[in-house]
Design a protein around this ligand. Structure first.
Ligand code: SF4
Ligand code: SF4
Length: 370
């Protein structure tokens, strides 16, 4: 058990599916060889198959405390990127290339069913579900590793893989019910979201949360009564874990999406929400009923001009308040850490930010420990 747990809350009412978070993460962490297919952050359309394809039925996790068998997702299940000539496809009459990566000759892409959603017109619906590793309190990946290569940091609960200890057995991939571990075939090690620990250690929030234009992602400690996470999860109870039944106690929580009313056969609005509540319950559990009621009640209160702490928090007028104790600018944090002498070289001022290292490669691979 870690002394503290860093956590994330994502407000699904605000995600616009722009994938800025995905790109921010990809650019920062997964550019090494063998990482081409890795998207430690994914954003999928729900209802949908998700990434990896069909992950919700791949098994793993715990039932009544007992580890469950799980499937190991392949690179194809995660979806491969592929090249095509935009000019020819869009304007040159050579549109035979499937941009949907629908399982045809290009296989599946990571977002193969993007924006398809569910329901029949006029009641079609969808929302976006961003996912990272949940840095679980009871991580199935950690328990499954015979090399003890996976650990949970005591100071903040971030789950990390020690790449020097990992021998690439991939039991962690089978055990994780969220299928959030990737395998690097070049380096022969498993790799995953690191909750941007080199930034967190310096008081800087994660790249995905800082870059998100929708102000979707809140970051902080689970037990901090002054921070946003505790208020959403414990005080107002509007943020819920995804598939809590997997038994790993995830530390990423979601504010479920509200939706417009369903339309009846005469074209009139009904009392039912467009996104079926049963579907949301299947993802986030029975807490969805109360969470949606609380959100609606507080929204009405706001409309009447009354004060609502919950709505003020969700609106996030002051952007930096979303990040609890992790509000520092990356540039300022990096300045605090002296660059080792053997890495120092003269550089133009505009190059400085991109060249800054928070950790040496060895420290990084050990999760911040020298
Ligand atoms: S989401 Fe999966 S990889 Fe991440 S800590 Fe939980 S079990 Fe491990
Ligand atoms: S950057 Fe924010 S709004 Fe865009 S897809 Fe990611 S979570 Fe959603």
């Amino acid at each position: 058990m870690s002394k503290r747990q860093v956590a994330m809350v994502m407000d699904l009412n605000k995600c616009i599916g722009c994938q800025t978070c995905t790109v921010a993460c990809k650019t920062l962490w997964t550019r090494r060889e063998g990482m081409e297919h890795m998207l430690w952050n994914t954003v999928n359309t729900q209802p949908g198959a998700g990434t990896p394809h069909g992950f919700e039925s791949m098994g793993g996790g715990f039932r009544d405390g007992v580890a469950q068998p799980g499937q190991r997702p392949s690179v194809e299940d995660f979806g491969k990127a592929w090249n095509f000539n935009h000019e020819e496809v869009f304007f040159g009459g050579k549109g035979e290339i499937s941009l949907a990566a629908d399982g045809g000759k290009h296989g599946k892409g990571p977002n193969w069913d993007e924006d398809q959603g569910g329901g029949e017109f006029p009641n079609s619906h969808y929302f976006y579900l961003p996912r990272i590793c949940n840095h679980c309190t009871h991580p199935a990946c950690l328990e499954a590793c015979p090399r003890k290569a996976i650990s949970k940091r005591e100071d903040n609960g971030i789950v990390l893989i020690d790449e020097d200890r990992c021998k690439g057995y991939r039991f962690c991939q089978e055990a994780c019910p969220y299928k959030k571990i990737y395998y690097n075939e070049v380096e022969e090690v498993s790799q995953k979201c690191i909750f941007c620990f080199p930034r967190i250690d310096e008081g800087v929030t994660t790249a995905c949360s800082r870059q998100c234009p929708g102000r979707v992602r809140f970051v902080g400690y689970l037990d901090d009564p002054e921070g946003p996470i505790w208020k959403f999860v414990t005080k107002h109870k509007v943020a819920l874990p995804l598939h809590a039944e997997y038994g790993t106690q995830p530390n990423v929580f979601y504010v479920p999406p509200l939706s417009p009313p369903k339309i009846d056969d005469e074209g009139n609005p009904t009392d039912e929400p467009r996104i079926p509540t049963e579907y949301l319950v299947s993802l986030f559990g029975n807490g969805v009923h109360d969470a949606l009621k609380t959100l609606e009640r507080e929204r009405e209160r706001n409309k009447r001009g009354e004060k609502s702490e919950l709505m003020d928090l969700l609106i996030a007028r002051k952007w930096l308040d979303m990040f609890g104790p992790f509000q520092k600018h990356p540039r300022d944090a990096a300045r605090n850490r002296p660059i080792p002498q053997n890495q120092q070289k003269p550089r133009a001022p505009q190059q400085q930010v991109s060249e800054i290292r928070f950790y040496t490669k060895e420290e990084f691979k050990k999760g911040g420990r020298a």
